[in-house]
Design a protein around this ligand. Structure first.
Ligand SMILES: Nc1ncnc2c1ncn2[C@@H]1O[C@H](COP(=O)(O)OP(=O)(O)OP(=O)(O)O)[C@@H](O)[C@H]1O
Length: 265
């Protein structure tokens, strides 16, 4: 089994809807994946399984050497860092930023006791510094800008020193400067050999940070293509994923995409 993640025939059915349809996916140590797809493609469902928060209806989901259904998910979850809007919504607005990060090591949202280990407090401060938000450690989470919140959430997701880090649309809601800042920080994380395997979910090729290695393209719960970015991220695959003719441009290690202009009469 792959060290980090191995999905075989992973299928999720809810009522009459097939959210994921026979998904095969392997992640090896050191890889940095982007998951791209339109609204409703099944990206969040995929991350909910990869984070051991949901079980497949059919198929086998191997995560960090264990198989979902045959492992205590409460032991598995601390080994997986996860940042998403749904988690952020549960963070109390009056929580101190340092505590937002610190409480991750206890698997909690919201501070609940005063005797946190000083080692943990030091690590929380280091992570805030690595994400460029250490000056906000004593601020209340609810007073931060969207961009600052996203960076704090990533620091929180790294707090348990996870072996797999899942980021669900970390650039959503950011302005251009905020997006570019986040992309640069994620590029630094991708280049860090000590960093965990990474999975970044996004709708936009513009948000793919340099240093990311692989892409999984998802549409209607099915994998359109998956593999190394330089081979897999093509205009043809992207068009099939989003269901419209797209042209793709590469600028160094960055990408942009737009609809193919209609032919002039
Ligand atoms: N409990 C459920 N019952 C029925 N359908 C569901 C359920 N949960 C999600 N869906 C549907 O499954 C599909 C995939 O949802 P999911 O949130 O995984 O997509 P997504 O790619 O993350 O979308 P977005 O980019 O809009 O966040 C959507 O059509 C959604 O409406």
């Amino acid at each position: 089994m792959s060290d980090v993640l191995e999905f075989a025939g992973v299928t999720v059915v809810r009522g009459h809807n097939t959210l994921l349809d026979e998904v095969d996916w392997e992640i090896e140590e050191g890889q940095r994946w982007v998951v791209l797809g339109p609204n409703g493609a099944g990206k969040s469902t995929l991350l909910n399984i990869a984070s051991a928060r949901m079980h497949p209806t059919r198929g086998v989901a191997g995560i960090l050497g264990d198989v979902l259904g045959a492992v205590d998910v409460f032991e598995l979850r601390p080994r997986i860092g996860f940042a998403s809007a749904a988690i952020a919504e549960r963070i109390p607005g009056d929580e101190l930023v340092r505590d937002v990060v610190l409480t991750a090591s206890y698997g909690r949202i919201g501070r609940w006791r005063e005797d946190y280990d000083s080692f943990d407090a030091g690590r929380a401060d280091e992570l805030l510094a690595a994400l460029g938000v250490d000056h906000l450690a004593d601020r209340r989470f609810g007073t931060l800008s969207e961009g600052e919140r996203k960076r704090v959430q990533i620091a929180r997701a790294l707090m348990t020193d996870p072996e797999l880090l899942l980021l669900d649309e970390p650039a959503a809601g950011l302005d251009l400067g905020g997006r570019e800042d986040l992309v640069a920080r994620l590029a630094d994380l991708a280049a860090d050999l000590a960093a965990p395997a990474l999975v970044l979910v996004t709708h936009h090729v513009e948000e793919i940070p340099p240093g990311f290695t692989d892409v999984l393209l998802l549409r209607d719960g099915k994998v359109v293509a998956a593999g190394p970015i330089e081979l897999t991220l093509t205009a043809k695959n992207l068009s099939a994923t989003f269901g419209l003719p797209l042209e793709l441009e590469q600028h160094g290690e960055r990408y942009s995409a737009r609809a193919v202009a209609p032919a002039q009469p």
